[in-house]
Every structure is written in structure tokens, then in C-alpha cells.
Design a protein around this ligand. Sequence first.
Ligand SMILES: Nc1ncnc2c1ncn2[C@@H]1O[C@H](COP(=O)(O)OP(=O)(O)OP(=O)(O)O)[C@@H](O)[C@H]1O
Ligand SMILES: [Mg+2]
Length: 446
Amino acid sequence: MIRRRLWKQVLAAMVLLLSLVLGLLILGYQHVTAINFGIYQNQRNRMVHHHMVGLLAKYYVHHGNSFIGVQSLLAPMSGLAPGPVEIISTHGHIVGGTTPPGPVLHAMRRHLPIQVGNHAVGQLVWSAAPHPEPLAIPVGFLSMMNHSLIMVTLIALIVAIILSYGMARSIVRPVETLTEAAQQIASGNRLESVNIARQDEIGALGDAFNQMVHHLQIQNRLRETLVDDVAHELRHPLTHIQGYLEAMLDDKIPLSKDHVTTLYHETQHLNRMVGDLHRLAQVQAGTMVLSQQWYALDAVVEQVITMLQPYASKTGGVQLEMEGARDWPKVYIDPVRTREILDNVVRNAIQHSRPGAWVLIRGTANDDCVQLQVQDFGEGIPLDAMPHIFSRFFRIDSARSRAKGGVGLGLAIAQHLVQRQGGNISVRSRIGQGSTFTLTFPRRTS
Ligand SMILES: Nc1ncnc2c1ncn2[C@@H]1O[C@H](COP(=O)(O)OP(=O)(O)OP(=O)(O)O)[C@@H](O)[C@H]1O
Ligand SMILES: [Mg+2]
């Protein structure tokens, strides 16, 4: 059960963060405004004083190089000047000042020369405020700004909440979809992929989830078909055994050694099937332990030929022959498992050869791999059977194959075992002309 919804947590975190940022902004704003206002005032004062100096210089020239009566010029300027000013002649006498006159503090005295041409004819003197003071900002202006700021902040907060909600939902929605799909799988109901059209980490999570679903679907299908296949394969020998036993019990056939031998062969077949199925399951699940080593494939071929020669002679006098040079480079294989693979391929070739025919085994090597070909000149494999030849329990003529003790698992196991060793197995065949199985083993380990 979900106690704390993720989207609520995301939303709360965003609102908290925003409130913090906006709060800090409001606090910092007054300070920054005060400083900027002070700077602005200073700049404005400097401009006013420069302007005044220009006007005073003009006055001096127009009044015959004299400041007499300058007070009449300063009177209308009083409102303009940021504070009390004084005009001091070159002799150091105060010749005028703003009205109402005020003392020009000595501590922070500033002055600008009144220039006529290159000559200073006097000085404009004023006192600069020690610091730009926040109090200097008009109170009405400040409260208006505060009001506007609070309004803007509120609007920003509302917009931010709406946006954060949308964002939080858009993050959480695919997570909810994934959770629901995973719960369905966990409860064994549905095995469905999800549609998450995103390019970010959540999209990657969706892709990984879909891959997992795909894998599980394949596994399920395999499991279902495996159970069907096994049931189907077991039915035939079991029916056979049951039929014989019933007939013997009903005294329809005698309890002879021949009949018991038939039953014994059926149980042998069943035993082999169970053993092969177990091996197939192990190699498919990757739990079969391989002990790989650098090994010469020609040695494996020789062992298989020696082992199968008596069987080939018995089966219509088929002849096994190893063709070509023997100096194949070593490959990284499990010799025991590779012998099993080759045993099945060569045994198949013998079984499907005409009496007295050859089965040729040849090896070729290049920089990348060593290839082993097993060629027979037998009946060949029909085209429509080719795609299924490595499927478990597949037999072209199941009755005939079963009669020869074939389970139909040999090539399926061989394919998985070769692939586990980094190689592959393929087949070419022509009806009536024979088949060639090619096993490829890489010369490098990955
Ligand atoms: N060289 C071949 N020529 C013609 N058909 C072949 C050849 N090799 C295999 N097949 C066909 O492929 C089928 C599958 O072969 P596979 O080795 O998997 O099973 P099997 O030989 O019937 O039984 P087993 O599990 O005992 O090996 C065979 O039953 C046969 O029909
Ligand atoms: Mg076989």
C-alpha cells in the first residue's frame, strides 16, 4: 500500500523550495533597492552639480567676470540641488549659496571648479552624504514596490504550483503505469508491456521493463510448449508399455523374454529422453557447467570416429573418413561436450546415409575460427523441415527415428552447447544428395 504519494512529495518539495527562494528574494530586494537607490542618487547629484557649474561659469562671463548678484541664479536652482551648496571665489570668499542657506559640512566636502576657458574662477562646494541610506528612499515608493512584489510573488507561486503539479504528475504517471503492470505480473494475471513514450531515465526504465516482459513471455511460451511436447513424447512409449503389460496380464500374449526385452527398450528410450531433457533444460538455463580449455578439434574428431566406427559398420557398412590436413589450431572448448555434439551429428549422418556410403569429416581454419563439416550423401532434409531441424523433438520421420531410438533432442542440445561455447551450427542439404552440417568455433575468447 502506498502511504505517501510521490507526486505530493514532489509538489511539496517544489512549493517549499519556491517559497524559500521567493522569501529570500523579498528580503534581499529591500537591501538591494536601497543600495541601488543610493547609487542612482549619487549619479543624479553629480549631474546636477556639473550642470550648476556650467550655468555659474556662463553667469560669470555674462556679468563681466563677476559673481555679483549670483544669488538670483541660485534661488530657482535651490529645488534642483540635492543639498546646500556654496560658491567660493578664487580668493576663498563665499559669494553665494542655495536658499535656504545651510551649512556645508566640512567632513564630507566635495567641490567642482567653475571653469572659464582654462581658468578656474571659483568653486562649487557641497557636502556628500556619508552613505546611500535606505531611508533616503521615499516611503510611499517603497511600500508601492513591496505591494507589487508581494503580488508578483503570489502570482509566481500560483503559477509555480500549477506547473509543479503538472510536472509531478507527468513524472509519476509512468511510474504508476509501471507499478500497475508489475503488480499484474506479480499476481500472475497479465504479462503485458507498457507504453512509456519518454526519452529520459523513466523511458529507459520502461524499455527495460518491456524487455523483461518480452523475455518472460518467451519463457512462458517455452515452458508451455515444453510441457505439451514432453506430454506428447511420453504418451507414445507409455501407451506402448501399458498395452504390452495389459496384454500379458490378460494372457493375450505370453510373458516371454522377447516381450520383456521390448518393454526394456521402451524404458531405456524413456530414460534417455528424461536424461536428454534434463541436459537441454540445463544448457538452456545456462546452469550446465562447461570446463573449457584450449583443445585440438581434430583429436575430438578422431575420438568420435573411433567410437562410432563399429556402429557405422553395423548400419549398412557406412564408412567414416576424416579429410584434409590435421594441423588445426586449438580452440577454446569443452572437449567432453564437443564430443557429444559431434557424436550426435555424425550418428545422424550415419543413420541417414545409404548402405556403404561415406560420411566425410573435414576441418578448415582461418584467422577467426575453425570450421568442422560433417557431410553425408544420404536422403537429405526437405526444405520445409530446414527451419525446424534444431527444434526440440523435431524429427522428419518420427516413427522411423523413434524406432532407431531417436528422441529428437540431439540437434537442439548440440545447437545450445555450440552457442554456449561461442560458436554456431548450421546445415545445408539437398534432397536425395545429402546434408552437410557445419560447426564453427571461434579462435579467440570474448
Ligand atoms: N544428416 C541428416 N540427414 C537427414 N536428416 C537428418 C540428418 N540429421 C538430422 N536429421 C533429421 O533431424 C531430426 C532431428 O535430429 P536430432 O539429432 O535432433 O534427433 P534424433 O537423431 O531423431 O534423436 P536424438 O535425440 O537421439 O539425436 C532427425 O530425426 C532427422 O529427421
Ligand atoms: Mg540425433
